[in-house]
Design a protein around this ligand. Structure first.
Ligand SMILES: [Fe+2]
Length: 331
């Protein structure tokens, strides 16, 4: 598979596991039981990824969802996860997410049928959800986004994996990501990200741009009606992080600044040590569209990366975290 300039792509969009302790009612580890929760976009050199689609997949690496093949137990797993997050999220998540669940009729029991979901999603914003069998190369992933197609895993976790996954399943991908694709501005942001991703391949700047995805699409917070609300898919699909990201005194919560954020490393193995807060989806889209990324990448090359818990004098600090959670885990 060749990228811009005929350069062979070594990076893939890799899904990794995230390591967290079981949490008690006050958000503190209560036992040695270790749970994993899914997480998302992690760039890694992965020479093991085949250069052509796996057997049964189309040239764009998609496969049929095969909705009829889900078992009653798999539908029940979806319903259990859906009920748990639906109880947790009202009042904590952006209204746009709840509106998306509503207009896409995602409260209907069972794993969503992509054909039905896409009919409603297409009407709202022209987006579609497509199924993929697993890892998808960067250029394929970005090309789907640039064409308003969101790539989702078709499998669902089993009961013993309720908080453990090595690759995101359909619950993370569809419950976490799809409701906001019904929001016109966020939908445009995701497409813009895909286009930017394709361009970034030519600059060798993918790992910098990945941070933008990470700290917005996956782990973003938004200011809404004077309060902070969740919108990142990695948070809203995670029982533990839905609480931690908003309520725990441990993490920093810092006003969104594109350049600063793209210097900031992130945690792939645990809850984030910093969350970035956007003022609105309009502002996020505007800042992204107005930025000329070529000189920004050049500038970032000269800047030092920041640790996940860094706080700078020029930051708009909303909450200065104690980092107690991360320190306890490290200790
Ligand atoms: Fe994700």
């Amino acid at each position: 598979m060749n990228g811009p300039g005929g350069q062979r792509l070594h990076h893939v969009v890799k899904f990794a596991a995230k390591f967290v302790h079981d949490k008690g009612t006050k958000g503190r580890p209560t036992s040695d039981k270790r749970n994993y929760i899914p997480h998302m976009l992690e760039m890694a050199a992965d020479s093991s990824l085949p250069l052509s689609p796996p057997p049964g997949a189309s040239a764009d690496w998609t496969v049929p969802q095969a909705w009829d093949s889900y078992t009653p137990a798999e539908h029940a797993m979806w319903d259990q996860l859906f009920a748990r997050q639906s109880e947790m999220l009202p009042g904590r998540v952006t209204q746009a997410f709840l509106d998306g669940l509503d207009v896409l009729r995602m409260g209907h029991p069972g794993i969503p049928d992509f054909d039905e979901l896409n009919e409603r999603l297409m009407q709202r914003t022209g987006w579609q959800v497509v199924a993929a069998p697993g890892l998808v190369p960067d250029d394929i992933f970005f090309d789907h986004l640039a064409n308003r197609r969101f790539v989702a895993g078709r499998f669902i976790r089993t009961p013993d994996q309720i908080d453990y996954l090595e690759e995101p399943d359909i619950f993370h991908d569809v419950f976490g990501h799809v409701p906001l694709l019904a929001h016109p501005v966020f939908a445009d942001y995701m497409q813009a990200y895909g286009r930017g991703g394709l361009r970034s391949l030519g600059f060798g700047a993918l790992h910098k741009l990945a941070r933008l995805y990470w700290y917005t699409v996956e782990f973003g917070l938004i200011r809404e009606g004077g309060d902070l609300k969740l919108y990142g898919a990695g948070i809203v699909s995670s029982f533990g992080e839905s609480t931690f990201a908003l309520d725990d005194p441990s993490p920093n919560r810092i006003g969104f600044d594109l350049k600063r954020l793209m210097r900031t490393k992130y945690r792939i193995d645990d809850y984030q040590q910093s969350y970035f807060v956007i003022d609105s989806f309009d502002d996020l889209l505007r800042q992204t569209m107005e930025t000329d990324f070529a000189p920004l990448y050049a500038e970032l090359e000269k800047s030092e990366d920041l640790e996940p818990d860094a706080v700078l004098a020029e930051d708009r600090v909303i909450t200065r975290g104690t980092q107690a959670y991360a320190l306890a885990k490290a200790g």
